[in-house]
Design a protein around this ligand. Structure first.
Ligand code: F6R
Length: 242
């Protein structure tokens, strides 16, 4: 595990985007695993900057997103499909057909999960997977539990996750209670993992995830088993990581 610390959020965003950019420069057909939420917003801005400056093209890149809310249309402003469009895809030259996000509106979410895994299997593996960290230790929407699942599946969101994500909706009641998420097995299959953690409120959980016991009660702790885990933290989040 390699832990990189940054004095400011902007420096962290530039470094994270720089790693993605370098990968795509050397492998224009790279498969990128992407995340949503507050953490990656600044990283995506830097990727757009790199594209606008002609440093990188996403034309041949394939992307897979970690997760999507169940029962939200792709045009719903809080869907992750909408988020990705607004925050990254609409601003770069990626091809629509190379973008993969679980369809939260599929009539059969279990069949949709299987289909998503089939597409992941088709590409083989993700080259670089971006991950944020939930306050309860979730990655993707793999919530703490007695058992975790390998592949893409439907999940009931933890109360803590619903509360944390309520900030993006008009009220807590509007937050979907279910989601589709890539499983921990699929996440761990990525060639390289980039865990990005920002802010004082994540200091304890990132410490637990990376220095505590490996347990399904803290899904991010499984990342410790990955041979190529890159962790990017700002000073506040990295406070307890010695
Ligand atoms: C989002 C995702 C989640 C978030 C996590 C942290 O696609 O998979 O695991 O990364 O909930 O969210 P933020 O960044 O909003 O603190």
């Amino acid at each position: 595990m390699n832990i990189l610390r940054f004095q400011t959020e902007q420096l962290l965003n530039e470094a994270a985007a720089g790693i993605f950019t370098a990968l795509v420069q050397t492998n224009p057909r790279a498969v990128l695993g992407l995340a949503t939420g507050g953490t990656p917003v600044g990283i995506y801005k830097e990727l757009i900057n790199a594209y606008e400056q002609g440093k990188v093209s996403f034309k041949e890149v394939t992307t897979f997103n970690l997760d999507e809310y169940a029962n939200l249309d792709a045009n719903h402003e809080q869907s992750y499909a909408y988020y990705m469009r607004e925050k990254l895809f609409a601003h770069v030259d990626i091809q629509q057909s190379n973008i993969h996000i679980p369809n939260g509106k599929a009539a059969d979410l279990h069949a949709e999960s299987k289909a998503y895994d089939a597409k992941l299997n088709e590409v083989g593996h993700i080259d670089l997977q971006l991950l944020g960290l939930g306050h309860n230790g979730h990655i993707g929407f793999n919530e703490p539990a007695d058992h975790l699942q390998n592949g893409t599946h439907v999940v009931t969101l933890a109360e803590e996750t619903i509360q944390a994500n309520a900030r993006f909706f008009n009220s807590t009641d509007e937050v979907p209670k279910e989601a589709i998420t890539m499983g921990v097995g699929s996440i761990l299959k990525a060639h390289t993992l980039m865990l990005v953690v920002k802010g004082a409120d994540k200091a304890e959980i990132v410490h637990r995830a990376l220095r505590g016991p490996i347990t399904t009660q803290c899904p991010a702790s499984l990342l410790q088993t990955h041979p190529r885990l890159l962790v990017l933290v700002d000073e506040e989040a990295g406070r307890l990581l010695v």
